[in-house]
Design a protein around this ligand. Structure first.
Ligand SMILES: NC(=O)c1ccc[n+]([C@@H]2O[C@H](COP(=O)([O-])OP(=O)(O)OC[C@H]3O[C@@H](n4cnc5c(N)ncnc54)[C@H](O)[C@@H]3O)[C@@H](O)[C@H]2O)c1
Length: 450
């Protein structure tokens, strides 16, 4: 059997989670043919790891401007997209046109025009696009899917999902490119795509209409000054600013070797400053968001995201016509520290207190009960490991009993909730998703979408 050929675009913090398993656990059935990024320094870090610790070998490193040359010369079967969100569509479309399959990190893309371009290119090429929705693959979230799918609480009529990002992980988005809507589509796309995908998948439902509010109330210079925290605004970034040492929002890029090699070393060649002050001017995304979604099959979702909470986690409740499920997930804060999967651990900062996760079922007219669950271990609650097996293992099943594979249409169904939310905030009106990007008008269930 010939090995599957993978090329990666985007060699920042996240790509490690996919490149390391490819070249170690799954090297017998796959080959890494090349990497591509804006920053030669970041690619040099990866090539150092490949030739050193991972006992593989260095691979050709292509500057971003030579992405098409990479595909022509290295002939990957699959292009794996791990670059910043605003660039996903461009690489997906070019890879599809060149005849490659694509795996992309979430979000599929950040706005309606880019989403249409991806769907058009996929249709024209017939190639496969998969979205790496790792949240679906965490065992405890799959358990929720199983309970709902087997009718334990009858038909679900409504869902409440509250997601809390803390002043460690949440703040990190405001130091980086995510804090600009043009790069991330706002956190309602970049981050909430995970949550909207979970609800779409849990309910097997397609979102139809969204109404949203969102404001920047905590991060940014003006908010800090108004609260009396003006002292925290006095330096443009944290590293090499001694006056930031006692700032609880500070991140020192010199503190760890991966940070130094991936981000510090790549500042000059890419202009990417990873530790900007979260209380600076120019942040143009909301840090608290609240929205309502109606699905084609009548269910409603009440959703909120707050990015400056003292604790991190989510609380989801499902109201069915035979009972209720409460799902509670407080497994500690996690920040992208550019670590290898085996070194992944949840941060132990205040506010990261892990209470674990539990699922409780409240049937109508019967006692409630807790659903037994194995403890969450590994990156993203164990999800990354299972997801990687599905990408790379030669014996990975082509179908999944819980429908955890997500293609371009399911990827679109998730981002469009956030994109419609951003549009709703601008118009102060409900927004129909089909007016932005029509998705298979006859489909009723998410599982009818690719
Ligand atoms: N599913 C998850 O749990 C998860 C976690 C983290 C990140 N992500 C996703 O992974 C992707 C990467 O995030 P990250 O945390 O590694 O970010 P990062 O900032 O660490 O890295 C981003 C990389 O993209 C590169 N880049 C920027 N513009 C580019 C261009 N035009 N062409 C090629 N490369 C370009 C940068 O140089 C950098 O190396 C994002 O899409 C993010 O949404 C997903």
């Amino acid at each position: 059997m010939s090995k599957k050929r993978f090329a990666f675009v985007g060699t920042g913090g996240r790509a490690i989670s996919f490149i390391e398993p490819l070249v170690t656990t799954y090297r017998d059935s796959n080959v890494l043919v090349a990497i591509c990024d804006l920053s030669p320094a970041r690619m040099a870090y990866y090539n150092g790891m490949l030739a050193g610790e991972w006992a593989y070998h260095a691979v050709p490193a292509y500057p971003a401007a030579q992405f098409d040359d990479m595909i022509r010369n290295e002939k990957p079967d699959t292009v794996f997209v791990c670059s910043i969100d605003s660039t996903h569509h461009d690489y997906i479309v070019r890879a599809l046109r060149a005849g490659c399959d694509v795996i992309t990190e979430k979000p599929l893309t950040i706005d309606a025009d880019k989403c249409r371009a991806i769907l058009d290119a996929q249709r024209a090429s017939g190639r496969r696009v998969r979205v790496a929705f790792n949240y679906r693959w965490a065992p405890f979230r799959t358990k929720v899917k199983e309970l709902i799918a087997t009718g334990v609480i009858g038909k679900v009529r409504s869902v409440n999902l509250e997601y809390l990002l803390d002043t460690n992980h949440g703040a990190d988005y405001f130091r980086r490119w995510h804090s600009h809507a043009a790069d991330s589509g706002t956190l309602l796309v970049h981050k909430s795509t995970h949550h909207f995908d979970l609800v779409n998948w849990w309910l097997d439902a397609i979102p139809q209409q969204v109404f949203a509010y969102g404001d920047l109330v905590f991060y940014g210079r003006k908010n800090a000054e108004a609260r009396g925290d003006g002292a925290l605004t006095k330096y443009p970034r944290y590293t090499s600013h001694p006056e930031a040492k006692s700032d609880p929002f500070a991140l020192d890029l010199d503190e760890s070797e991966p940070f130094r090699k991936i981000y510090r070393a790549g500042e000059a060649d890419s202009g990417y400053i990873r530790d900007q002050n979260v209380f600076r001017d120019g942040i143009d995304i909301p840090d608290q968001m609240s929205l309502n979604v109606r699905y084609r099959t009548g269910e409603v979702l009440t959703y909120s995201l707050v990015c400056f909470s003292p604790r991190e986690g989510m609380r989801v409740t499902f109201n069915g016509d035979r009972g209720r499920i409460e799902y509670h997930e407080f497994i500690g804060t996690h920040m992208n520290r550019a670590v290898r999967p085996k070194d992944f651990k949840l941060d132990e900062k205040p506010g990261a207190e892990a209470e674990g996760e539990w699922i409780k079922v409240f049937p109508h007219f019967q006692p409630s009960y807790l659903v037994p669950m194995p403890p969450a271990t590994g990156a993203h609650g164990g999800a990354d490991e299972i997801l990687n097996r599905s990408f790379y293992a030669p014996d990975a099943p082509a179908t999944d009993p819980w429908g955890r594979f997500a293609g371009h249409e399911q990827g679109a169904a998730s981002i469009l909730v956030g994109i419609a939310g951003v549009e709703s905030m601008k118009r102060n009106q409900p927004v129909n998703l089909d007016d932005l990007v029509p998705l298979k008008p006859t489909a009723r269930k998410l599982s009818e979408l690719v």
